[in-house]
Ligand binder design. Structure first.
Ligand code: NAP
Length: 239
């Protein structure tokens, strides 16, 4: 049975990816930064009922040593699908803090944290696990990006979050090129505006619908899709 590694697996979209892949019989390496806390209770419950198919790992995307430590533990283990899901929008509730992302009142510490989480960490994860993915059958690296990072589809003026997603989409395109001759497929996916903690304000898409849409896409991706940016419903994001 196939193996998927998921970051930010304790809530929102990452938790639902874990739930759906586990219930389909996949082995799931479910990573989050605070495994023991209340915020991971549902994830621990899924793992406890998974007949040892869901493996829990501590990984803080801001701590590259923690990424390397998990990679060292799984050295030699094929990973069919690597899902870069963990991300932050900036301080929340977003409406109370959005001025920190707006021109004139930008908080550069916020921008730094958002870029390191949303842009650096997905590339670091790919670097750390590329041999695992190369040894897998599916050979797919999926990165959750956002339409708000698109040049063509969005002009939302939240400098920190939007640019972090623009940059990670570009990084996915570059990944697709550097990994092309190893037949590794790298795709950026927008989950839609989903009713998670991050998407709480105005989210319209139910979490299971977003995740089942993305899982269907992921299952069908071939080398013809590498380097593309897709919405959970299959559309190509113009970016
Ligand atoms: N929801 C939307 O409408 C939407 C739209 C476009 C793109 N996305 C993207 O989809 C992905 C998932 O978002 P979501 O809606 O599920 O958000 P969410 O409910 O806020 O969940 C974010 C997840 O990322 C984890 N995370 C954040 N920083 C981390 C770090 N340093 N180390 C490890 N884990 C970390 C969180 O863990 P903690 O519990 O420890 O904080 C949580 O598990 C993100 O990349 C997001 O940008 C979401």
């Amino acid at each position: 049975m196939a193996t998927v590694l998921i970051t930010g697996a304790n809530r929102g979209i990452g938790l639902e990816f874990t739930r759906q892949y586990a219930s389909d019989g996949w082995t799931v390496i479910a990573c989050c930064r605070d495994l023991g806390g209340d915020g991971a209770a549902e994830l621990r419950d899924i793992a406890a009922k998974s007949a040892d198919r869901v493996h829990l790992e501590t990984m803080d995307m801001l701590d590259h040593d923690s990424i390397d430590a998990v990679a060292a533990k799984y050295r030699g283990t094929p990973v069919d699908v690597l899902i870069n899901n963990a991300g932050i929008i900036g301080p929340t509730p977003i409406l109370e803090h959005v001025d920190k992302q707006h021109f004139g009142t930008i908080d550069y510490d916020v921008w730094d944290a958002v870029i390191r989480t949303n842009t650096f960490a997905p590339v670091k994860l790919a670097e750390a696990f590329v041999e695992n993915v190369a040894a897998g059958t599916e050979k797919k690296i999926i990165t959750l990006s956002s339409t708000v990072g698109s040049f063509q589809e969005s002009l939302i003026p939240a400098f920190c979050y939007c640019t972090s997603k623009t940059a990670v989409t570009k990084a996915v395109q570059l990944l697709s090129e550097v990994l092309r001759d190893r037949s590794i497929i790298a795709v950026a996916v927008c989950p839609g505006h989903v009713k998670t903690r991050m998407g709480a304000h105005g989210g319209t898409v139910e979490i299971p619908d977003s995740v089942s849409g993305m899982r269907g896409l992921i299952a069908g991706f071939t080398m013809a899709d590498t380097g593309t940016f897709r919405r959970y419903n299959g559309d190509t994001v113009a970016w």
